[in-house]
Design a protein around this ligand. Structure first.
Ligand SMILES: *[C@@H]1O[C@H](CO)[C@@H](O)[C@H](O)[C@H]1NC(C)=O
Ligand SMILES: *[C@@H]1O[C@H](CO)[C@@H](O)[C@H](O)[C@H]1NC(C)=O
Length: 292
């Protein structure tokens, strides 16, 4: 939310401006703490994790309930996320009675959301409105990445708490050489201060030689994101933008509207489950590493 701080986003890439921007950020954080007396002193301290889970999926109906080594995927996601230290509350947001029943059985908090939610972000927004407590940050935890480390969840939260000029935070990891030409693997480039410059389905940056540079540390975007809740209110309302539509990447809308997004780099073996075949792959991976 731009309104939450008056930090000038001066970042022309020089060391001097970096230091100035850093000082401004610290000042803005301090000012915010003074102004909002009734809030806890720590900036954006109240955090909720939401796992959006819908039953209908064109590629994989009932995906959240698929057993992975005998345990429903949504339960695995929940149990992992529960280990994060930065979440004050964790909920599953779903439109489906079977998913809700399954989650209640293993002890999860469930919020029913409408079937008309068009994507996970809308589901998070609706769930947030139905929560009785107020939160400063929402972490959108993808239900189809059951091996997401709790440290990464904490990492995106801390990144957003430490960057008052950002409204959004997310994570990237090293892109594997075999994934450089896969348009389903989204690449990212960041500036010197760890803010996102651009996301693409194509390989970025593009080497002058026209070939993949084996020495360049290409970044793969991971599906975890956290938002300032004030921003989440306007995010779905922002009209689609040209680059977002061209790449079919929702997060570009944030950047195209001039908002800042903080990106953390993490070690993570990305194993999203998009199709029934991915389940076997994940089970094989887990057996190899003795994960149960
Ligand atoms: C492109 O990649 C090659 C290695 O494949 C590297 O030597 C070179 O510095 C990169 N950049 C340019 C501009 O060629
Ligand atoms: C979700 O869907 C709505 C409606 O199609 C759209 O406006 C919005 O940009 C989508 N994505 C997010 C992140 O809100």
């Amino acid at each position: 939310m731009r309104g939450s701080s008056s930090t000038p986003s001066s970042s022309d890439g020089t060391t001097r401006s970096w230091i100035i921007a850093g000082a401004a950020v610290a000042a803005a954080t301090a000012a915010y703490a003074v102004v909002s007396r009734r809030r806890p002193a720590r900036f954006r301290s109240r955090v909720v994790g939401i796992i959006p889970a819908r039953f209908a999926s064109s590629r994989f109906p009932g995906k959240p309930l698929v057993p992975i080594l005998g345990k429903p995927m949504i339960q695995r996601t929940w149990e992992r996320a529960k280990l994060a230290n930065k979440l004050d509350q964790l909920v599953v947001a779903t439109d489906d009675k079977k998913i809700a029943a399954c989650c209640s059985d293993f002890g999860a908090n469930v919020i029913m959301t409408s079937e008309t939610c068009r994507n996970g972000t809308e589901r998070c927004t609706e769930a947030l409105q139905k929560l009785t407590k107020k939160f400063d940050i929402v972490v959108n935890i993808q239900g189809d990445e059951p091996l997401m480390e709790p440290e990464i969840i904490d990492g995106v939260v801390m990144a957003l708490q430490a960057a008052p000029d950002a409204v959004f935070s997310t994570a990237v990891t090293s892109l594997k050489p075999e994934d450089t030409s896969d348009p389903n693997r989204v690449k990212c480039v960041v500036d010197n201060h760890g803010y996102a410059i651009y996301f693409s389905r194509g390989l970025i940056p593009y080497n002058k030689s026209g070939k993949v540079n084996p020495h360049f540390p290409y970044l793969l975007h991971l599906g975890i994101q956290s938002y300032d809740t004030k921003f989440l209110k306007i995010y779905p309302e922002l009209p689609p933008t040209p680059l977002q539509l061209e790449e079919d990447l929702e997060q570009l809308k944030v950047l195209e509207n001039g908002y800042k997004m903080k990106v953390i780099k993490v070690d993570h073996e990305a194993h999203g489950v998009d199709t029934p075949q991915d389940v076997e792959k994940m089970e094989r991976f887990m057996r190899e590493r003795n994960l149960s």
